[in-house]
Write a protein that binds this ligand. Sequence first.
Ligand code: EPU
Length: 427
Amino acid sequence: MDAIRIRGGGPLRGTVPISGAKNAALPILCATLLSDGASRLRNVPALRDIETTAALLRFLGRDVTVLAPEVHVAAGSSVRPEAPYELVKQMRASVLVLGPLVARFGRAKVSLPGGCAIGARPIDQHLKGLEAMGCTIRLERGYVVAEGPGGGGRLRGSEVYFDIPTVTGTENLMMAAALARGRTTLVNCAREPEVEELGRVINKMGAEVDGAGTDVIHIKGSERGELAPFDHAIIPDRIEAGTYMVAGAIAEGGDVTLEGAELSDLEALVVKMRAAGVEVASEGQNIRVRRSGPLRAVNVTTAPHPGFPTDMQAQFLVLMSLARGESVISETIFEHRFQHVPELERMGATVALRGNTAVVQGVEKLYGASVMATDLRASASLVIAGLVADGETEVRRVYHIDRGYERIEEKLRRVGAQIERVKGAES
Ligand code: EPU
């Protein structure tokens, strides 16, 4: 398994290009199932999760060509509306094929994702919504088997209330509703920019989506029961941008410009970074991050968008581990999302974990160590810690990073980091 080796050093300076958003590209790739024509996605990041989704779409019978940063998807000669455990266990977002498959083919069999490194992550809200649209749902040997009304018929527009806002749940039901007969209203939706982006694509395909990005979404399903293919360029990845914002601020003197990043998608992080003493400015299509003084301790609580993103919690915690004073970081979205903490403690961070809260006492310095993480954002946080740690840090099991950060070593080297990939390191 590959590892990433970092020699801690001075501040980062320069420009980092931001890739297309992974969590926007995944549902949009699944939306291609709603149409039989040839769709083209542009600005798709070259990531393992994209490859996994391409493999899943091929298994389902689609013709998929990945020519990063483009992906082309067309209907193949046959359809197999079934997502096997082998693929779903590699990537939980595979559940995003459930809504499109049952809406398009009247039937879907999708493996239950099971628990994962950051929590239990049930899909009850997805299933409840599909049932409201007339589906019959059975659980069979670890699989969800969903059937349209009357044994495979067209879904019916309906009203669905989410007990908690769920990103992929909202996306799954938006896609199902796009092919349903009549109107669907989704209430208490996730408001993430990636949900809004999917709404734009479904509109391009010919269904009518109104309110994506707010907590109530109305969808008028296609009258003819079919949707057109699309050509679409994916929005920039706000979490990748946020990660490089923290990387730019981790050492005093840092001055990093993120090319093609959207500040308005990152308001909560920006406010907290500024409160911590980091300068953040929007410069045209770019975000510039500078730090010239000490870091101040700031508290954060993760929340659904537009709250502070859980996907930035680990990286921000690293920043706070070097701030003056005590900060309290609360995680309200996933129950096991502090796996970076014991690894950071091995690098010299002082953190007390109490349930879903981490109390961080800032220290003067972190020290290089051999560390490992079991999820994507936690791994990224360890890389950031390594950038300023004294000596050498080896982050193992980097396949987690490859799921969500395109060419991370190359991008960090551009701004002066001493970082390299070690092929086939010990796991
Ligand atoms: N939940 C339920 N029932 C459901 C669905 C969700 O109880 O039916 C709970 C979850 O357990 C969690 C909360 O609702 O406590 C929110 O989960 P959500 O469904 O919104 O998460 P997700 O859709 O599975 C997406 C991102 C994650 C990101 C979360 C939260 C994609 C492909 N994944 O996951 O991204 O952390 O939203 O913002 O969009 C990542 O990129 O590293 C990543 C984990």
